[in-house]
Design a protein around this ligand. Structure first.
Ligand code: B12
Ligand SMILES: [Zn+2]
Length: 272
């Protein structure tokens, strides 16, 4: 289930059962604070926008219908623009609509309900849509976090989505290509000197490799903030692995994890 705020229509987070691609409505922390203030003042300023709720549901329905009907020709750019023009923040569209949609596609494929061709077509349509955003992300000089794809992890959309959400928080993330070696990562860190490095792992083997890289990073760059993320990061990480990192992102709670990361990066910068 995907939880959205009924009042301001921002994405709150994913909740169990994660595999159900449906909108559930709650209240975000900011609107909750306003709600409490209204109780104190006796003036009710909070009005849920039914039309927006309906349009959000329609967007999710249109995407899931097209996938369930084995139609890979969906125009994600138009779909994203429709959501943004209805007042939804772009990073919310990505992590609150597209990410659960891609997970749904992965589940359908794992259950044998869609072909690998359809899965790949949907993914490449999302990649195409993000091509212009990547150019946009590359436009700033300063880098807060360098993403490294562990063990050739090809799930490159993850760090791109995350970097777009970081951008809205005033942080800049840059991903290295999945073919980058560990030595090239070190060379990049020496040159760019970011506050943080983020290892992205989607598969269990990649997690094991992440642990080895994290130990090496810790001894070479003791001041660098070490982050771990990706599909496998939260659910399959052992305590021993987590202890090698300063921060482990939860793929179902990107928004919360991002605020935590922002705090960690800022405190690291203040110490430097
Ligand atoms: C699209 C996709 C692919 C595409 C990726 C294209 C691309 N350019 O990204 C392709 C086709 C290449 C692919 C390949 C494979 N895939 Co795949 N893939 C998916 C799918 C359907 C969606 C992934 C996605 O893009 N999600 C959207 C993004 C935004 O989410 P995300 O990656 O989790 O990233 C978010 C967070 O995790 C976080 N994040 C990510 N990295 C980092 C790093 C840091 C530091 C931080 C802070 C945060 C962070 O930021 C993002 C924003 O919230 C998933 C299904 C699923 N449930 O996720 C399967 C899935 C991940 N794939 C899977 C598998 C098995 C594979 C293959 C092994 C298949 C094969 N046999 O070849 C290969 C792996 C190749 C490799 N060496 O890595 C499995 C993994 C199961 C497991 N853990 O063991 C899944 C879960 C499918 C399934 N249900 O079986 N895949
Ligand atoms: Zn709200």
């Amino acid at each position: 289930m995907i939880n959205w705020c009924s009042y301001c229509h921002s994405f709150i987070g994913e909740e169990q059962p994660f595999e159900v691609l449906q909108i559930s409505h709650g209240i975000c922390p900011r609107c909750h604070a306003q709600f409490e203030e209204d109780l104190d003042t006796g003036v009710d300023t909070m009005v849920p926008d039914e039309a927006k709720l309906t349009s959000l549901r329609k967007l999710v329905q249109a995407a899931s219908d097209s996938i369930n009907h084995h139609d890979a020709d969906m125009d994600f750019r138009q779909w994203t623009n429709a959501a943004v023009s209805s007042g939804i923040r772009e990073s919310d569209v990505l992590i609150g609509l597209l990410q659960p949609l891609l997970a749904h596609v992965g589940d359908l494929f794992a259950r044998g309900q869609i072909s690998v061709a359809l899965e790949h077509k949907v993914t490449s349509r999302v990649e195409d849509m993000l091509a212009d955003k990547l150019a946009d992300l590359a436009a700033t000089e300063h880098v807060d976090m360098v993403f490294f794809m562990v063990g050739g992890n090809t799930h490159t959309l993850g760090p791109v989505f995350y970097s777009m959400a970081m951008k809205e928080q005033g942080l800049r993330g840059v991903s290295l290509p999945e073919t980058t070696s560990v030595d090239e990562l070190f060379a990049c860190l020496d040159e760019v000197k970011p506050a943080a490095v983020g290892l992205s792992a989607a598969l269990p083997d990649q997690l094991r490799e992440a642990e080895v890289i994290a130990r090496e990073l810790r001894s070479r760059y003791p001041d660098l903030l070490l982050a771990l993320g990706g599909y496998a990061a939260k659910a399959s990480a052992t305590d021993e692995l987590r202890a090698c990192f300063d921060f482990v992102a939860d793929p179902h709670a990107t928004k919360e994890s991002l605020l935590e990361l922002k705090k960690a990066i800022h405190s690291r910068m203040a110490q430097a």
